[in-house]
Write a protein that binds this ligand. Sequence first.
Ligand code: BG6
Length: 491
Amino acid sequence: MRIDPFSLVIFGATGDLTQRKLYPALYNLCRENLLPENYSVVAIGRREKSQEQLEADIRNAVKQFSRENHHDEAQFGEFLSRFSYYQLEFNDSQGYSRLKTYLEEQEEIWHTEGNRIFFLAVAPEYFPVISDELHNHGMATNERSWQRLVVEKPFGQNLPSAIALNNDVRKTFAEENIYRIDHYLGKEMAQNIMVIRFANTLFEPLWNNRYIDHVQISLAETIGVEGRGPYYEQAGALRDMVQNHALQLLTLIAMEPPVSLDTESVRDEKVKVLRSLKIREQDVVRGQYGPDREGKLLGYRQEDRVSPQSQTETFVALKTTIHNFRWAGVPFYLRTGKRLPQKYTEIVISFKSLPGVLYFEQEDLGPNVLVIRLQPDEGIYLQFNAKRPGTHSLIQPVSMDFCQNCHNGFNSPEAYERLLYDVMRGDSTLFTRWDEVEYSWKFVDQIAQWWDTTTEPIPIYPSQTWGPRASAELLKKEGRDWLRFMETEVF
Ligand code: BG6
Protein backbone atom coordinates (compact mmCIF):
# COMPACT_ATOMS: atom_id res chain seq x y z
CA MET A 1 0.00 0.00 0.00
CA ARG A 2 1.29 3.47 -0.88
CA ILE A 3 1.81 5.76 2.07
CA ASP A 4 1.75 9.50 1.51
CA PRO A 5 4.82 11.51 2.47
CA PHE A 6 4.46 13.02 5.95
CA SER A 7 6.16 14.83 8.82
CA LEU A 8 5.69 13.27 12.22
CA VAL A 9 5.77 15.90 14.94
CA ILE A 10 6.22 14.38 18.39
CA PHE A 11 5.34 16.59 21.37
CA GLY A 12 6.96 15.15 24.49
CA ALA A 13 9.95 13.70 22.68
CA THR A 14 12.15 13.53 25.77
CA GLY A 15 9.55 11.50 27.68
CA ASP A 16 9.37 7.83 28.49
CA LEU A 17 6.81 6.86 25.88
CA THR A 18 8.86 8.30 23.02
CA GLN A 19 12.02 6.54 24.16
CA ARG A 20 10.46 3.20 24.99
CA LYS A 21 7.84 2.91 22.30
CA LEU A 22 7.91 5.50 19.53
CA TYR A 23 11.58 5.56 18.51
CA PRO A 24 11.87 1.74 18.53
CA ALA A 25 8.58 1.39 16.62
CA LEU A 26 9.69 3.88 13.96
CA TYR A 27 12.99 2.07 13.61
CA ASN A 28 11.27 -1.29 13.17
CA LEU A 29 8.96 0.19 10.54
CA CYS A 30 12.04 1.50 8.76
CA ARG A 31 13.67 -1.93 8.85
CA GLU A 32 10.53 -3.51 7.47
CA ASN A 33 10.56 -0.92 4.65
CA LEU A 34 7.14 0.33 5.67
CA LEU A 35 8.02 4.01 5.74
CA PRO A 36 7.57 6.07 2.59
CA GLU A 37 10.51 7.50 0.74
CA ASN A 38 9.71 11.03 1.92
CA TYR A 39 9.18 11.49 5.62
CA SER A 40 10.72 13.37 8.50
CA VAL A 41 10.37 13.41 12.27
CA VAL A 42 10.43 16.58 14.34
CA ALA A 43 10.99 15.76 18.00
CA ILE A 44 9.72 18.49 20.30
CA GLY A 45 10.65 18.80 23.95
CA ARG A 46 11.00 21.46 26.58
CA ARG A 47 14.66 20.75 27.29
CA GLU A 48 17.53 21.99 25.19
CA LYS A 49 19.05 19.29 23.04
CA SER A 50 21.61 19.20 20.26
CA GLN A 51 21.29 17.08 17.13
CA GLU A 52 24.06 14.82 18.51
CA GLN A 53 22.18 14.33 21.77
CA LEU A 54 18.97 13.59 19.93
CA GLU A 55 20.68 10.97 17.79
CA ALA A 56 22.30 9.45 20.88
CA ASP A 57 18.84 9.23 22.53
CA ILE A 58 17.40 7.46 19.52
CA ARG A 59 20.34 5.08 19.34
CA ASN A 60 19.94 4.21 23.03
CA ALA A 61 16.19 3.82 22.76
CA VAL A 62 16.53 1.46 19.81
CA LYS A 63 19.31 -0.52 21.48
CA GLN A 64 17.41 -0.89 24.71
CA PHE A 65 13.82 -1.30 23.61
CA SER A 66 13.63 -2.41 20.00
CA ARG A 67 12.68 -6.00 19.21
CA GLU A 68 15.31 -5.85 16.45
CA ASN A 69 18.78 -6.07 17.94
CA HIS A 70 20.98 -5.88 14.92
CA HIS A 71 21.10 -3.05 12.57
CA ASP A 72 22.74 -2.08 9.40
CA GLU A 73 24.74 1.07 10.16
CA ALA A 74 24.15 2.67 6.78
CA GLN A 75 20.41 2.21 7.05
CA PHE A 76 20.47 3.42 10.65
CA GLY A 77 22.41 6.56 9.71
CA GLU A 78 19.88 7.34 6.99
CA PHE A 79 17.05 6.79 9.50
CA LEU A 80 18.68 9.15 12.03
CA SER A 81 19.11 11.85 9.42
CA ARG A 82 15.31 12.16 9.19
CA PHE A 83 15.08 13.37 12.80
CA SER A 84 15.52 16.89 14.09
CA TYR A 85 14.88 18.48 17.47
CA TYR A 86 12.85 21.59 18.23
CA GLN A 87 12.78 23.12 21.71
CA LEU A 88 9.40 24.47 22.82
CA GLU A 89 7.54 25.33 26.01
CA PHE A 90 4.08 23.97 25.22
CA ASN A 91 2.30 27.14 26.30
CA ASP A 92 4.69 29.59 24.68
CA SER A 93 2.59 31.01 21.87
CA GLN A 94 5.53 32.72 20.13
CA GLY A 95 7.39 29.44 19.99
CA TYR A 96 4.61 28.07 17.77
CA SER A 97 5.11 30.85 15.21
CA ARG A 98 8.74 29.79 14.93
CA LEU A 99 7.69 26.14 14.86
CA LYS A 100 5.48 26.85 11.86
CA THR A 101 8.41 28.29 9.91
CA TYR A 102 10.61 25.42 11.05
CA LEU A 103 8.10 22.80 9.93
CA GLU A 104 7.74 24.44 6.54
CA GLU A 105 11.51 24.40 6.11
CA GLN A 106 11.68 20.72 7.03
CA GLU A 107 8.85 19.99 4.64
CA GLU A 108 10.82 21.62 1.83
CA ILE A 109 13.89 19.57 2.63
CA TRP A 110 12.09 16.24 2.90
CA HIS A 111 9.33 16.80 0.33
CA THR A 112 6.63 15.84 2.77
CA GLU A 113 3.94 17.87 1.00
CA GLY A 114 2.43 19.42 4.13
CA ASN A 115 1.01 16.14 5.49
CA ARG A 116 1.45 16.17 9.25
CA ILE A 117 0.97 13.80 12.14
CA PHE A 118 0.98 15.54 15.51
CA PHE A 119 1.65 12.97 18.20
CA LEU A 120 0.86 14.25 21.71
CA ALA A 121 2.99 12.14 24.05
CA VAL A 122 2.37 14.67 26.83
CA ALA A 123 0.26 15.01 29.97
CA PRO A 124 -3.43 15.45 29.04
CA GLU A 125 -3.62 19.01 30.37
CA TYR A 126 -1.48 19.98 27.36
CA PHE A 127 -3.82 18.41 24.76
CA PRO A 128 -6.07 21.50 24.44
CA VAL A 129 -3.14 23.91 24.79
CA ILE A 130 -1.23 22.32 21.94
CA SER A 131 -4.21 21.74 19.67
CA ASP A 132 -5.32 25.38 20.17
CA GLU A 133 -1.87 26.73 19.36
CA LEU A 134 -1.63 24.53 16.27
CA HIS A 135 -4.99 25.88 15.19
CA ASN A 136 -4.19 29.53 15.98
CA HIS A 137 -0.95 29.33 14.01
CA GLY A 138 -2.53 27.68 11.02
CA MET A 139 -0.61 24.43 11.33
CA ALA A 140 -3.53 22.10 11.82
CA THR A 141 -5.40 22.54 8.56
CA ASN A 142 -4.44 22.88 4.98
CA GLU A 143 -6.72 22.09 2.10
CA ARG A 144 -4.05 20.53 -0.07
CA SER A 145 -2.74 18.05 2.50
CA TRP A 146 -3.86 16.11 5.58
CA GLN A 147 -3.23 16.73 9.29
CA ARG A 148 -3.83 14.09 11.96
CA LEU A 149 -3.74 14.30 15.72
CA VAL A 150 -2.70 11.32 17.86
CA VAL A 151 -3.51 11.46 21.56
CA GLU A 152 -2.42 9.11 24.27
CA LYS A 153 -4.53 8.06 27.21
CA PRO A 154 -5.85 9.12 29.65
CA PHE A 155 -8.56 10.83 27.67
CA GLY A 156 -10.11 12.66 30.64
CA GLN A 157 -10.63 11.75 34.27
CA ASN A 158 -14.34 11.06 33.99
CA LEU A 159 -17.10 11.78 31.50
CA PRO A 160 -17.41 15.56 32.07
CA SER A 161 -13.66 16.14 31.75
CA ALA A 162 -13.48 13.86 28.69
CA ILE A 163 -16.30 15.85 27.05
CA ALA A 164 -14.49 19.12 27.76
CA LEU A 165 -11.26 17.72 26.35
CA ASN A 166 -13.00 16.38 23.32
CA ASN A 167 -14.76 19.69 22.62
CA ASP A 168 -11.40 21.38 22.80
CA VAL A 169 -9.57 19.17 20.35
CA ARG A 170 -12.59 18.98 18.04
CA LYS A 171 -12.41 22.75 17.58
CA THR A 172 -9.26 22.09 15.60
CA PHE A 173 -9.40 18.51 14.32
CA ALA A 174 -12.32 16.63 12.79
CA GLU A 175 -13.25 13.32 14.44
CA GLU A 176 -11.84 11.32 11.49
CA ASN A 177 -8.46 12.98 11.99
CA ILE A 178 -8.23 12.24 15.72
CA TYR A 179 -6.48 9.00 16.65
CA ARG A 180 -7.07 8.11 20.32
CA ILE A 181 -4.59 5.43 21.24
CA ASP A 182 -5.41 2.33 23.19
CA HIS A 183 -2.23 0.36 22.75
CA TYR A 184 -3.96 -2.95 23.57
CA LEU A 185 -5.72 -2.71 20.22
CA GLY A 186 -2.32 -2.73 18.54
CA LYS A 187 -1.40 -6.06 20.14
CA GLU A 188 -1.34 -8.93 17.67
CA MET A 189 -3.83 -11.14 19.46
CA ALA A 190 -6.30 -8.32 20.08
CA GLN A 191 -6.46 -7.94 16.31
CA ASN A 192 -6.84 -11.67 16.06
CA ILE A 193 -10.02 -11.79 18.16
CA MET A 194 -12.26 -10.78 15.28
CA VAL A 195 -10.53 -13.25 12.97
CA ILE A 196 -10.91 -16.10 15.44
CA ARG A 197 -14.58 -15.28 15.83
CA PHE A 198 -15.62 -14.44 12.31
CA ALA A 199 -13.37 -16.70 10.24
CA ASN A 200 -14.09 -19.99 12.01
CA THR A 201 -17.16 -22.14 11.62
CA LEU A 202 -16.07 -23.86 14.81
CA PHE A 203 -16.66 -20.85 17.02
CA GLU A 204 -19.08 -18.29 15.67
CA PRO A 205 -22.25 -20.46 15.77
CA LEU A 206 -21.58 -21.15 19.46
CA TRP A 207 -20.73 -17.57 20.37
CA ASN A 208 -23.85 -16.73 22.40
CA ASN A 209 -25.75 -17.35 25.61
CA ARG A 210 -26.99 -20.76 24.50
CA TYR A 211 -23.49 -22.21 24.53
CA ILE A 212 -21.26 -19.89 26.51
CA ASP A 213 -21.44 -20.08 30.29
CA HIS A 214 -19.26 -17.08 31.08
CA VAL A 215 -16.25 -15.07 29.95
CA GLN A 216 -13.19 -14.02 31.97
CA ILE A 217 -10.78 -11.27 31.00
CA SER A 218 -7.61 -10.92 33.09
CA LEU A 219 -4.97 -8.23 32.69
CA ALA A 220 -2.43 -9.08 35.35
CA GLU A 221 0.79 -7.18 36.00
CA THR A 222 3.72 -7.89 38.28
CA ILE A 223 5.02 -4.33 38.39
CA GLY A 224 3.90 -1.69 40.87
CA VAL A 225 3.37 1.97 39.97
CA GLU A 226 7.01 2.44 39.02
CA GLY A 227 7.48 6.08 39.97
CA ARG A 228 4.17 7.15 38.40
CA GLY A 229 2.65 7.92 41.83
CA PRO A 230 1.15 11.35 41.03
CA TYR A 231 -0.55 10.07 37.87
CA TYR A 232 -1.69 6.85 39.47
CA GLU A 233 -3.13 8.55 42.55
CA GLN A 234 -5.56 10.33 40.20
CA ALA A 235 -6.21 7.34 37.98
CA GLY A 236 -6.19 4.06 39.90
CA ALA A 237 -6.65 0.73 38.14
CA LEU A 238 -10.24 1.56 37.17
CA ARG A 239 -9.29 4.53 35.00
CA ASP A 240 -5.85 3.26 34.06
CA MET A 241 -6.83 -0.18 32.79
CA VAL A 242 -10.59 -0.88 32.93
CA GLN A 243 -11.93 2.24 31.19
CA ASN A 244 -9.79 1.53 28.16
CA HIS A 245 -7.89 -1.75 27.72
CA ALA A 246 -10.23 -4.15 29.54
CA LEU A 247 -13.43 -2.71 28.04
CA GLN A 248 -11.91 -2.64 24.57
CA LEU A 249 -11.11 -6.35 24.80
CA LEU A 250 -14.62 -7.02 26.05
CA THR A 251 -16.17 -5.20 23.08
CA LEU A 252 -14.13 -7.27 20.62
CA ILE A 253 -15.28 -10.47 22.28
CA ALA A 254 -18.93 -9.44 22.50
CA MET A 255 -19.64 -7.34 19.39
CA GLU A 256 -21.97 -8.47 16.62
CA PRO A 257 -20.41 -9.21 13.24
CA PRO A 258 -19.98 -5.82 11.54
CA VAL A 259 -21.53 -5.29 8.10
CA SER A 260 -18.03 -4.84 6.72
CA LEU A 261 -14.49 -4.48 8.01
CA ASP A 262 -14.37 -0.74 7.42
CA THR A 263 -13.52 1.47 10.38
CA GLU A 264 -16.94 2.87 11.14
CA SER A 265 -18.80 -0.44 10.81
CA VAL A 266 -16.48 -2.07 13.33
CA ARG A 267 -16.68 0.85 15.73
CA ASP A 268 -20.49 0.97 15.44
CA GLU A 269 -20.70 -2.59 16.72
CA LYS A 270 -18.25 -1.96 19.55
CA VAL A 271 -20.25 1.03 20.75
CA LYS A 272 -23.43 -1.05 20.91
CA VAL A 273 -21.73 -3.40 23.36
CA LEU A 274 -20.62 -0.53 25.58
CA ARG A 275 -24.14 0.89 25.56
CA SER A 276 -25.57 -2.45 26.67
CA LEU A 277 -23.30 -2.99 29.67
CA LYS A 278 -24.85 -3.26 33.12
CA ILE A 279 -23.14 -3.42 36.47
CA ARG A 280 -24.25 -3.64 40.12
CA GLU A 281 -22.42 -2.22 43.10
CA GLN A 282 -22.11 -5.62 44.80
CA ASP A 283 -20.31 -7.00 41.73
CA VAL A 284 -17.26 -4.75 41.98
CA VAL A 285 -14.18 -5.46 44.07
CA ARG A 286 -11.24 -3.15 44.63
CA GLY A 287 -7.94 -3.57 46.43
CA GLN A 288 -4.57 -1.95 46.94
CA TYR A 289 -1.20 -3.71 47.13
CA GLY A 290 0.65 -3.77 50.41
CA PRO A 291 4.22 -5.02 50.93
CA ASP A 292 4.86 -8.63 49.93
CA ARG A 293 4.85 -11.34 52.60
CA GLU A 294 8.64 -11.31 52.91
CA GLY A 295 8.71 -7.54 53.27
CA LYS A 296 11.00 -7.05 50.23
CA LEU A 297 8.60 -4.98 48.13
CA LEU A 298 7.08 -1.68 49.16
CA GLY A 299 3.35 -1.34 49.56
CA TYR A 300 1.56 1.19 47.35
CA ARG A 301 1.28 3.72 50.19
CA GLN A 302 5.04 3.68 50.64
CA GLU A 303 5.71 4.45 46.98
CA ASP A 304 7.22 7.79 45.97
CA ARG A 305 4.68 10.67 45.91
CA VAL A 306 1.77 8.50 47.05
CA SER A 307 -0.30 9.52 50.06
CA PRO A 308 0.31 7.29 53.12
CA GLN A 309 -3.48 7.19 53.54
CA SER A 310 -4.21 6.64 49.87
CA GLN A 311 -7.50 4.92 49.03
CA THR A 312 -6.50 4.49 45.37
CA GLU A 313 -7.15 1.03 43.95
CA THR A 314 -4.39 -0.94 42.27
CA PHE A 315 -6.69 -3.90 41.68
CA VAL A 316 -10.21 -4.19 40.29
CA ALA A 317 -12.36 -7.26 39.69
CA LEU A 318 -15.91 -7.00 38.48
CA LYS A 319 -18.80 -8.83 36.94
CA THR A 320 -20.74 -7.12 34.19
CA THR A 321 -23.51 -8.30 31.91
CA ILE A 322 -24.51 -7.29 28.41
CA HIS A 323 -28.18 -6.66 27.89
CA ASN A 324 -28.81 -7.86 24.40
CA PHE A 325 -30.18 -11.00 22.79
CA ARG A 326 -26.81 -12.63 22.28
CA TRP A 327 -25.47 -12.22 25.79
CA ALA A 328 -28.36 -11.92 28.25
CA GLY A 329 -27.53 -14.03 31.29
CA VAL A 330 -23.82 -14.52 30.52
CA PRO A 331 -21.51 -12.96 33.12
CA PHE A 332 -18.35 -11.26 31.93
CA TYR A 333 -15.75 -11.18 34.71
CA LEU A 334 -12.89 -8.69 34.38
CA ARG A 335 -9.89 -8.32 36.62
CA THR A 336 -6.75 -6.26 36.51
CA GLY A 337 -4.14 -5.45 39.08
CA LYS A 338 -0.58 -4.48 39.82
CA ARG A 339 1.90 -6.55 41.83
CA LEU A 340 0.17 -9.82 41.04
CA PRO A 341 2.21 -13.04 40.83
CA GLN A 342 2.40 -13.11 37.01
CA LYS A 343 2.26 -10.74 34.07
CA TYR A 344 -0.25 -11.96 31.51
CA THR A 345 -3.35 -10.99 29.58
CA GLU A 346 -5.81 -13.70 28.78
CA ILE A 347 -9.44 -14.08 27.74
CA VAL A 348 -11.20 -17.28 28.76
CA ILE A 349 -14.43 -18.36 27.09
CA SER A 350 -15.99 -21.10 29.18
CA PHE A 351 -18.67 -23.10 27.38
CA LYS A 352 -21.73 -24.68 28.96
CA SER A 353 -21.66 -28.37 29.72
CA LEU A 354 -23.81 -30.82 27.82
CA PRO A 355 -26.83 -32.33 29.64
CA GLY A 356 -25.87 -34.44 32.66
CA VAL A 357 -26.29 -37.81 30.94
CA LEU A 358 -23.90 -40.34 29.42
CA TYR A 359 -20.39 -39.08 30.01
CA PHE A 360 -21.55 -36.04 31.87
CA GLU A 361 -22.51 -38.27 34.77
CA GLN A 362 -18.79 -38.24 35.58
CA GLU A 363 -18.58 -35.45 38.09
CA ASP A 364 -15.19 -33.95 37.37
CA LEU A 365 -15.70 -33.54 33.65
CA GLY A 366 -14.43 -30.09 32.68
CA PRO A 367 -16.21 -27.68 30.36
CA ASN A 368 -14.89 -26.84 26.91
CA VAL A 369 -12.74 -23.80 27.22
CA LEU A 370 -11.27 -21.49 24.62
CA VAL A 371 -8.45 -19.23 25.79
CA ILE A 372 -7.14 -16.30 23.79
CA ARG A 373 -3.77 -15.24 25.14
CA LEU A 374 -2.48 -11.81 24.36
CA GLN A 375 0.74 -11.86 26.33
CA PRO A 376 3.38 -12.91 27.15
CA ASP A 377 2.60 -15.81 24.81
CA GLU A 378 0.38 -15.01 21.88
CA GLY A 379 -1.88 -17.89 21.16
CA ILE A 380 -5.03 -19.89 21.42
CA TYR A 381 -5.71 -22.77 23.71
CA LEU A 382 -8.67 -25.10 23.42
CA GLN A 383 -9.65 -27.58 26.09
CA PHE A 384 -12.00 -30.46 25.41
CA ASN A 385 -12.76 -33.94 26.74
CA ALA A 386 -11.36 -37.21 25.43
CA LYS A 387 -11.04 -40.78 26.56
CA ARG A 388 -8.08 -41.58 28.73
CA PRO A 389 -6.04 -44.33 27.01
CA GLY A 390 -6.56 -47.74 28.64
CA THR A 391 -9.17 -50.33 29.34
CA HIS A 392 -11.22 -48.16 31.69
CA SER A 393 -13.72 -45.75 30.22
CA LEU A 394 -12.32 -42.71 31.91
CA ILE A 395 -12.47 -39.27 30.43
CA GLN A 396 -9.95 -36.53 30.85
CA PRO A 397 -9.63 -32.95 29.66
CA VAL A 398 -7.06 -32.58 26.86
CA SER A 399 -5.98 -29.50 25.01
CA MET A 400 -4.75 -28.08 21.76
CA ASP A 401 -2.43 -25.20 22.15
CA PHE A 402 -1.30 -22.84 19.42
CA CYS A 403 1.43 -20.44 20.39
CA GLN A 404 2.21 -17.91 17.71
CA ASN A 405 5.30 -16.29 19.16
CA CYS A 406 6.87 -19.44 20.62
CA HIS A 407 8.35 -20.45 17.28
CA ASN A 408 11.98 -19.67 16.75
CA GLY A 409 12.58 -16.61 14.68
CA PHE A 410 9.05 -15.28 15.06
CA ASN A 411 9.07 -11.77 16.38
CA SER A 412 5.66 -10.11 16.58
CA PRO A 413 5.49 -6.43 15.75
CA GLU A 414 5.05 -4.22 18.79
CA ALA A 415 1.66 -2.58 19.28
CA TYR A 416 3.05 0.86 18.50
CA GLU A 417 4.44 -0.27 15.16
CA ARG A 418 1.02 -1.29 13.99
CA LEU A 419 -0.62 1.83 15.44
CA LEU A 420 1.87 4.29 13.96
CA TYR A 421 1.65 2.52 10.63
CA ASP A 422 -2.14 2.84 10.71
CA VAL A 423 -1.96 6.57 11.47
CA MET A 424 0.41 7.00 8.54
CA ARG A 425 -1.98 5.27 6.16
CA GLY A 426 -5.06 6.93 7.68
CA ASP A 427 -6.77 3.84 9.09
CA SER A 428 -8.37 4.50 12.47
CA THR A 429 -10.03 1.12 13.03
CA LEU A 430 -7.67 0.30 15.90
CA PHE A 431 -8.26 3.64 17.62
CA THR A 432 -11.17 4.61 19.82
CA ARG A 433 -13.93 6.77 18.44
CA TRP A 434 -15.37 9.45 20.68
CA ASP A 435 -18.58 7.58 21.49
CA GLU A 436 -16.57 4.53 22.62
CA VAL A 437 -14.72 6.78 25.03
CA GLU A 438 -17.96 8.37 26.14
CA TYR A 439 -19.76 5.10 26.97
CA SER A 440 -16.69 3.63 28.66
CA TRP A 441 -16.58 6.64 30.95
CA LYS A 442 -20.28 6.31 31.71
CA PHE A 443 -19.69 2.73 32.81
CA VAL A 444 -16.61 3.55 34.87
CA ASP A 445 -18.05 6.72 36.44
CA GLN A 446 -20.83 4.74 38.13
CA ILE A 447 -18.25 2.58 39.85
CA ALA A 448 -16.09 5.57 40.80
CA GLN A 449 -19.16 7.22 42.36
CA TRP A 450 -19.92 4.15 44.48
CA TRP A 451 -16.36 4.21 45.75
CA ASP A 452 -16.38 7.96 46.35
CA THR A 453 -19.35 7.63 48.66
CA THR A 454 -18.30 4.55 50.59
CA THR A 455 -16.80 4.81 54.07
CA GLU A 456 -15.32 1.30 53.83
CA PRO A 457 -11.50 1.44 53.75
CA ILE A 458 -9.93 -0.13 50.70
CA PRO A 459 -8.83 -3.76 51.25
CA ILE A 460 -5.06 -4.29 51.12
CA TYR A 461 -3.63 -7.40 49.46
CA PRO A 462 -0.03 -8.54 49.85
CA SER A 463 2.13 -7.93 46.77
CA GLN A 464 2.59 -11.05 44.65
CA THR A 465 -0.82 -12.47 45.49
CA TRP A 466 -3.94 -12.53 43.32
CA GLY A 467 -5.64 -9.52 44.89
CA PRO A 468 -8.11 -9.28 47.76
CA ARG A 469 -10.06 -12.35 48.84
CA ALA A 470 -13.29 -10.78 47.60
CA SER A 471 -12.05 -11.22 44.03
CA ALA A 472 -12.13 -15.02 44.31
CA GLU A 473 -15.43 -14.80 46.20
CA LEU A 474 -17.03 -12.80 43.40
CA LEU A 475 -16.85 -15.96 41.28
CA LYS A 476 -17.09 -18.55 44.06
CA LYS A 477 -20.54 -17.37 45.08
CA GLU A 478 -21.66 -18.18 41.54
CA GLY A 479 -19.95 -21.59 41.58
CA ARG A 480 -16.96 -20.51 39.47
CA ASP A 481 -13.24 -19.79 39.83
CA TRP A 482 -10.76 -17.60 38.04
CA LEU A 483 -9.24 -19.94 35.47
CA ARG A 484 -5.63 -20.09 34.45
CA PHE A 485 -4.37 -22.32 31.65
CA MET A 486 -0.93 -21.14 30.70
CA GLU A 487 0.98 -23.75 32.63
CA THR A 488 -1.37 -26.60 31.75
CA GLU A 489 0.36 -29.58 30.21
CA VAL A 490 -0.29 -30.02 26.53
CA PHE A 491 -1.35 -33.53 25.53
C1 BG6 B 1 -0.80 1.35 30.42
C2 BG6 B 1 -1.04 1.66 31.87
O1 BG6 B 1 -1.84 1.86 29.64
O2 BG6 B 1 -0.74 -0.06 30.26
C3 BG6 B 1 0.05 1.05 32.74
O3 BG6 B 1 -1.04 3.07 32.06
C4 BG6 B 1 0.17 -0.43 32.46
O4 BG6 B 1 -0.22 1.26 34.11
C5 BG6 B 1 0.31 -0.69 30.96
O5 BG6 B 1 1.32 -0.91 33.14
C6 BG6 B 1 0.26 -2.17 30.66
O6 BG6 B 1 0.55 -2.37 29.30
P1 BG6 B 1 1.21 -3.70 28.78
O7 BG6 B 1 1.28 -3.55 27.30
O8 BG6 B 1 2.55 -3.82 29.45
O9 BG6 B 1 0.31 -4.82 29.22
